[in-house]
Design a protein around this ligand. Sequence first.
Ligand SMILES: CC(C)(COP(=O)(O)OP(=O)(O)OC[C@H]1O[C@@H](n2cnc3c(N)ncnc32)[C@H](O)[C@@H]1OP(=O)(O)O)[C@@H](O)C(=O)NCCC(=O)NCCS
Length: 175
Amino acid sequence: MDTVSIEIRMATLDDARLLTELGCRTFRDAFGADSSESDMASYLSGAFGVDVQSGELADPSSVFLIAYVEDTAVGYSRLRFRSAPDCVNGARPVEIARFYSDSPWIGRGVGAALMTACLDEAAARRCDVVWLDVWDRNVRAIAFYTRWGFEAVGEADFALGNDIQHDLLMARAVG
Ligand SMILES: CC(C)(COP(=O)(O)OP(=O)(O)OC[C@H]1O[C@@H](n2cnc3c(N)ncnc32)[C@H](O)[C@@H]1OP(=O)(O)O)[C@@H](O)C(=O)NCCC(=O)NCCS
């Protein structure tokens, strides 16, 4: 596969529309085949919209990192600097709350570039543990996180519309 140069930039308030479109598309691409249209539409309408992403971008406890190949946004992640569930060990936790490569770019190094940037940002803010929530049927993502040193530390429910799904909580030390 060709090698591409991936640049990670921190999002600004001007990126709300881009993050709405990229977030909505990548979520549907990842989970649309495994959910009903009504559950998916219900989730997307609450989670994505220019007003929703504008609010998230304005939140000082949240950071978005966007992966670019030239001027094309090819993936993004969202970090949230906030308290973690009890099963996560650490004094200064950070959550990877979103982590998506756009579907044509999956398997081309975008996830690695984003994860490196997430861990660098976590270290810069002196966090000691990074944690995330992943659907227990998302085999590809769990394998990716495991290769990056994450381990299952707990479980949680996640509501996709009316569908209550079972998630794994995974965590690893920073650094
Ligand atoms: C999980 C996810 C974010 C991983 O991102 P990705 O961009 O595919 O990650 P990468 O390309 O960096 O790594 C995946 C694998 O692709 C392959 N790969 C990476 N770069 C490559 C390259 N330049 N050439 C060929 N293969 C490559 C490797 O096999 C790599 O595995 P490794 O970690 O053992 O090296 C991605 O699969 C995704 O967006 N999935 C859908 C959304 C999702 O499930 N998100 C998680 C929600 S919790």
